[in-house]
Design a protein around this ligand. Structure first.
Ligand code: ADP
Length: 471
């Protein structure tokens, strides 16, 4: 099959969170299965083109209207891990993808609406009988543009990000005729994601539990009605991990490589712990090490992460945090840094650092993930592969992957509530797990459980259903 993904992220070339990991690993697995697998991305200035094999700049005749102007696009095509990448750069005075940030710019709507228009044109121009797979609101507008020609799959990675935009945003690219599909009859505003739900042949989301949750007011963020309406074409498919990339036996970012199955797992983790304290230039402590590796946005439970840091330090444990703050949490975590930054057992880093994240996974004994909702979550799966026990709330993909230690097959701590007290209790329960039980969890763990194996087959089935039943 010929599968073309359109995505705002693709790890490791451009990654803000799990979406980047997932688009990379899914398209890589599809290529490995012999499918033609391509990804269309904005050509952000952060992308290191030297990582592409045979990069080739091609001038496809792509011009998209914007107001009274016609925008031309430069396309760079290259291969990465068997995947054909198309990087799209507009010749535009606003340098839409030459910014400090990937998201969070004042003109995000214009940036991604224009990108979607160009991606749709490129697909029409270049691909024979493609199955078009779109990811999140940034690419949603491709669905109404192409649904009459090609099968479309739309994946909701997080329904809280909906692409709310104005009429002006849509009029600028002369797509007024799609306005009605972006509106709700009982809710103000225009939403790019709404159009994609209407026009896609299939909708997927990233875990079975999240597929149920987004049909309720608590998790649907105003979309529960439209999601329920389209439930017959919705399926929850758990994300997999790229086990080649997330492999502590070969990971080049860790100080000591190890297998989670090996007898000397904890000795090797101690070497990594020492390297981590050294990274932070702090004296080594062999106390239990908790961690969080996360975007510090409201969804991820920033108050509970702060409470976890405070409690762990007060009770003699260590805490490592790699957290990318946002406008809402920046001041909160500046204060956290002021309060705890000098503490010898507080290893606090604010920002996004991929190599550091790998070292933290390899060093930590436990990872705290107190999300209020979690579509899939990758950090709990990565942590298990790296010998750290997850402490999680029972929501979305966390619920689908972590079983409380008190139950048969237990592999983590499931918090009873989304409260500070539950976090304190979770930390104590985690420390109470005897070392030999932790060893057994990792020693008997089936790494392949977190691979793409099962989920890839579900995506292939979905794509095949389009091939066997043409539009
Ligand atoms: P989300 O996609 O909501 O951010 P996931 O758990 O699905 O959450 O995926 C998070 C991915 O991003 C993981 O690969 C994790 O290691 C990485 N990550 C998140 N925040 C940071 C950070 N501050 N520094 C380094 N890596 C991070």
């Amino acid at each position: 099959m010929n599968i073309v993904h359109v995505s705002p992220e693709f790890a490791p070339l451009v990654k803000v969170g799990g979406l980047g990991d997932v688009v990379f690993s899914l398209s890589k697995e599809l290529a490995a299965e012999g499918h033609s697998s391509s990804v269309i991305l904005p050509h952000y200035s952060q992308i290191d083109e030297t990582l592409l094999e045979n990069p080739l700049q091609q001038e496809f005749v792509l011009t998209t209207p914007e107001g009274n102007a016609l925008i031309t696009w430069k396309t760079t095509r290259g291969i990465y891990n068997g995947i054909t990448l198309y990087l799209l750069k507009p010749n535009h005075p606003k340098r839409y993808f030459d910014r400090d940030k990937i998201y969070g710019e004042i003109d995000d709507n214009d940036r991604f609406i224009l990108f979607s228009c160009a991606a749709a044109l490129l697909i029409e121009e270049v691909f024979a009988s493609p199955i078009v797979h779109l990811h999140d609101w940034q690419t949603a507008l491709v669905a109404p543009l192409l649904f009459e020609e090609f099968p479309i799959v739309f994946t909701i990675h997080n329904i809280a990000y909906q692409g709310r935009c104005s009429e002006e945003n849509i009029r600028r690219v002369s797509l007024e005729k799609y306005l009605p599909s972006l509106r709700f009859y009982d809710r103000e505003g225009l939403y790019l994601m709404k159009g994609a739900l209407e026009w896609s042949g299939a909708i997927t989301t990233v875990s079975p539990t999240y597929a149920e949750e987004i049909q309720t007011p608590e998790f649907g963020y105003g979309f529960e009605g439209v999601v329920t309406h389209h439930a017959p074409k919705l399926v929850g498919i758990l994300n997999g991990l790229d086990l080649e990339y997330w492999n502590p036996q070969t990971d080049r970012h860790v100080a000591a490589n190890f297998s989670p199955h090996a007898k000397d797992l904890f000795e090797k983790k101690e070497v990594n712990k020492k390297a981590l304290f050294q990274w932070f230039q702090k004296p080594f402590s062999n106390a239990p090490l908790f961690c969080s590796i996360t975007r510090l946005v409201p969804q991820k439970g920033p108050d509970l992460i702060e409470a976890g840091i405070e409690y762990a330090l007060q009770t003699g444990r260590s805490f490592a945090l790699s957290g990318s703050t946002c406008d809402v949490t920046e001041t909160q975590f500046q204060k956290v840094q002021q309060r705890f930054g000098m503490h010898d057992q507080a290893l606090l880093y604010f920002g996004f650092d991929e190599p550091l994240a790998h070292l933290i996974y390899a060093a930590a004994d436990y990872i705290l993930i107190p999300s209020s909702f979690e579509p899939c979550g990758l950090t709990q799966m990565i942590a298990l592969l790296y010998g750290a026990i997850p402490i999680v709330t029972a929501t979305g993909g966390l619920k689908d992957t972590i079983v409380d230690i008190s139950a048969p097959g237990g592999n983590g701590i499931v918090l009873g509530a989304h409260t500070k007290e539950a976090v304190y209790e979770g930390i104590e329960r985690a420390c109470d797990i005897p070392l030999d039980v932790r060893k057994e969890i990792f020693g008997t763990m089936n790494r392949a459980r977190f691979s793409w194996k099962n989920s890839l087959a579900k995506y292939e089935q979905l794509y095949e259903s389009f091939v066997s039943e043409p539009l």
